[in-house]
Write a protein that binds this ligand. Structure first.
Ligand SMILES: Cc1cc2nc3c(=O)[nH]c(=O)nc-3n(C[C@H](O)[C@H](O)[C@H](O)COP(=O)(O)OP(=O)(O)OC[C@H]3O[C@@H](n4cnc5c(N)ncnc54)[C@H](O)[C@@H]3O)c2cc1C
Length: 325
């Protein structure tokens, strides 16, 4: 017989651990699968200075160990393992772990996050966390008053360039296409173009991120004539999009065109009653640890109340059956 749980949490970033803390404290006896990256995205960064409660900042990996210990102390059953398949066609839901065993769950909380897309350069990977970042809001502050570069051409890239322009002395924006080919909306393009300390480089691609132990420049290449140019910068931001980790839920859950799970506004309810989504996998806008944690709390509360309502309904149906008999 398959193992059965009241509440299954998929993922172990800030959203998943916060959901686990709340679910465990509500006596839902949650089982949590950590996936390939226990602790989530913050385990690949260094200092986190914007999560409340850490006045001196904290290293990302340590912060996630703190989250895990708190979830464990409350009674969460935290396990290694990857969810490889789901069947949400009927309740209890069936969830496959590591292509091996199946667990049945009365409720499921999805907190599988989203991964930043990278250019794929060796230098970008080597200097990741040492000046290379995919999050201007997270890391821009560390480069206050410095020159930085950003690559991307969509609305998010424009938003991040504008954010950086308020902190950094100059923002060098590298754009593969010409202005007409830019993906960003006209209003965002205009805002970028009219910001004095943003310098745009159209028809240009990143040839290499320069630096030995930390970023000290970027080499760009003209797509028109192949010429190279080195720009001295202290940081290199990649803003070419994110990929939500939602593939295994395709066909079951409603998603937007990029694969972000759609939730009912102001809640974590998905289109399948009993399945909830929180954190970056359903948030293409804020993508911060604190917002992920906040929505993790919401998911646990939504699941707890939904389960309570189901139990009440079952009891009522049972008593009506007894009365009728
Ligand atoms: C380099 C970097 C620096 C950052 N710095 C900051 C910062 O300073 N401040 C800030 O607020 N935010 C920062 N962020 C953003 C922050 O990390 C994210 O917003 C946050 O981690 C999202 O949390 P999450 O729980 O939704 O998902 P994630 O942290 O992405 O966690 C997803 C979890 O799901 C698991 N998972 C995925 N698929 C499966 C599966 N099939 N089965 C089981 N588990 C699965 C993964 O193993 C992982 O544990 C940074 C991000 C990056 C990449």
């Amino acid at each position: 017989m398959n193992e059965h749980t009241h509440c299954l949490i998929i993922g172990s970033g800030p959203a998943g651990y916060t959901a686990a803390i709340y679910a465990a404290r509500a006596n839902m006896k949650p089982v949590q699968y950590q996936g390939l990256q226990p602790g989530g995205q913050l385990t690949i960064t260094t200092d986190v200075e914007n999560f409340p409660g850490y006045p001196d900042g904290i290293m990302g990996p340590q912060m996630m160990v703190d989250f895990e210990q708190q979830a464990k102390r409350m009674g969460t059953d935290i396990r290694w393992g990857m969810i490889t398949k789901v069947d949400f066609s009927s309740r209890p839901f069936k969830v496959e772990v590591d292509e091996e065993k199946t667990i049945e769950a009365d409720s499921v909380i999805i907190s599988t996050g989203a991964s930043a897309k990278w250019l794929g350069l060796e230098s970008e990977q080597r200097l990741n966390g040492y000046g290379v970042s995919a999050c201007a809001v997270c890391d821009g502050f560390f480069f206050k008053g410095k020159e930085v570069a950003i690559v991307g051409a969509g609305d998010t890239a424009c938003e991040e360039a504008l954010y950086l322009s308020k902190i950094c002395s100059t923002v060098h924006m590298i754009i593969r296409k010409d202005r007409a080919g830019m993906k960003a909306s006209k209003v965002m393009q205009d805002r970028v173009m009219s910001t004095e300390n943003i310098k745009t480089y159209f028809n240009s691609e990143t040839d290499e991120v320069l630096g030995d132990k930390k970023v000290d420049g970027v080499r760009i290449k003209s797509i028109v004539d192949g010429s190279l140019m080195d720009i001295p910068v202290s940081a290199f931001f990649v803003a070419i999009g994110h990929q939500p980790n939602s593939d295994i839920f395709k066909g079951w859950l409603e998603m937007d065109e990029s694969g972000y799970i759609l939730t009912k506004p102001g809640t974590t309810y998905t289109n399948v009653p009993g399945v909830f989504a929180c954190g970056d996998v359903q948030d293409n806008h804020y993508r911060q640890a604190v917002t992920a944690a906040g929505s993790g709390c919401m998911a646990a509360l939504d699941a707890e109340r939904w389960l309570g309502a189901q139990e009440a309904l079952a009891m009522q149906t049972e008593s009506e059956a007894v009365t009728a008999a």
